[in-house]
Design a protein around this ligand. Structure first.
Ligand SMILES: [Zn+2]
Length: 417
């Protein structure tokens, strides 16, 4: 039983049928959201989802905009581990800290949630060619799913993207164009012109389906917690599709009567370029340009202006009673080391969840008895040069000579014998 009914415009509330690959509202240019007839839902949805773990996040297909009978575009995305922590929770003074490890996605980033569903949806409508823009990770994810779906993909990559991110996009078979620009606002003008000219866009929010995939965070997390929401969810924020998607998922579960309350959403940005944090601090509902996105190591969340002023992301933060916090590069490197000690290798932007949580905790916004989910959005392998910078120095090169090695190791401790 698929419950998706139509697109609805954020601004003028126009309804558009789901059998067309719509992007923005044709009447007013507003962002489109997908509406579900949740009143028709039954408990079978959760039972069916629990029984279909072999198809990852596609097991929630009843609550995704996929026509009945759509073949899952499944490469192993979804159902990532929700890890308890060994040291980190103690260090932060939050014993109930859980880490959602989305570094284990097929392309090494959480973006696969959104692209799996959005590309699958586009394929079902006969879309043959499409584009997106990306700081790197979204491009790799889009290229991968587009290749599997037989959709010709073009990725406009921000010129800050490192060579390995660009190479991955190309390896997955997409056409890559590196973008020269001064502000994110210029990128939005360019991608908007392409969308208006009729090219199907996978740019966050302009594409109304990507965050439908992201909302599966909420389903997976609440299911793992025995159909209860965490008190706090922390997510790095660039354009904010992950945070918005998760928030939509939590609200749907509450409307379904599956959970009885919603989490506070904490969005984390890099201080060098934190338009949403500044808007939050000023109590504004939209954000203007702020800072210089090139002056942070957090490439995947670096952008001086969010799409459409970041209105949805700010709304989620305000409505949930959450926060937007900014962290420095030094905080990100420290958070990478803390996560490494937990067995999770994160790129700097992904470690922002932990760095931001440290900040929020020190400001008294998270209490010791809160259940907190920090999402780690991308693998350290995404940004190898930052991994090298973050890692503690090694003990250097030593001889393989047995006597010299024995001398270096000293005496084994008794318990190891
Ligand atoms: Zn409209």
């Amino acid at each position: 039983m698929n419950l998706a009914t139509h697109y609805i415009c954020d601004d003028c509330h126009a309804r558009i049928p789901l059998d067309t690959p719509a992007l923005l509202c044709r009447a007013c240019g507003g962002l489109l959201e997908i509406h579900y007839d949740l009143g028709r839902a039954s408990g079978e949805i959760l039972t069916r989802a629990a029984e279909r773990r072999d198809i990852g996040l596609w097991r929630w297909a009843d609550l995704l905009p996929v026509p009945p009978g759509t073949e899952p575009l499944h490469l192993g995305e979804g159902d990532t581990p929700l890890l308890t922590t060994r040291l980190l929770g103690d260090k932060l003074g939050i014993p109930g800290l859980l880490v959602k490890n989305d570094t284990l996605m097929p392309t090494g980033s959480f973006k696969d949630r959104g692209f799996s569903v959005a590309v699958g949806f586009a394929r079902s409508l006969g879309v043959r060619e499409a584009f997106t823009y990306s700081s790197g990770n979204a491009g790799a994810s889009f290229a991968t799913y587009a290749a599997r779906a037989g959709i010709a993909a073009t990725v406009l990559v921000e010129d800050v993207a490192n060579d390995s991110k660009v190479a991955a996009i190309s390896l997955y078979g997409a056409r890559v164009l590196r973008l020269r620009y001064r502000s994110s606002l210029e990128i939005f003008a360019g991608v908007s012109a392409l969308a208006e000219a009729g090219f199907y866009s996978f740019v966050n929010f302009i594409n109304p389906v990507r965050h439908e995939g992201m909302k599966t965070y909420a389903y997976e997390i609440c299911e793992a917690l025995g159909w209860r929401a965490p008190d706090v969810m922390v997510h790095p924020v660039g354009t904010g599709g992950g945070l918005w998607g998760a928030w939509k998922g939590f609200r749907e579960l509450k409307r379904l009567g599956v959970i009885d309350r919603l989490p506070r959403m904490i969005g984390v940005q890099a201080s060098a370029s934190a338009p949403l944090v500044r808007a939050f601090q000023n109590g504004q509902s939209t954000a203007g340009p702020h800072g210089d996105a090139r002056r942070t190591v957090a490439q995947s969340i670096a952008g001086d202006a969010p799409i459409q002023g970041g209105a949805r992301v700010l709304r989620a933060i305000y409505e949930s009673g959450g926060r937007a916090v900014a962290v420095d590069d030094a905080d990100l490197f420290e958070a990478m080391r803390l996560l490494g000690a937990e067995g999770v290798a994160a790129e700097p932007s992904a470690a922002a969840s932990i760095a931001g949580l440290l900040r929020a905790r020190s400001q008294g916004w998270v209490s010791p008895d809160d259940t907190v989910v920090a999402v780690v959005t991308g693998s350290a392998q995404k940004q190898p040069e930052a991994l090298v910078r973050a890692a503690p120095p090694t003990d250097g090169v030593v001889s393989a000579d047995p006597a010299e090695l024995l001398a270096l190791f000293g005496e084994p401790t008794a318990s190891d014998r």
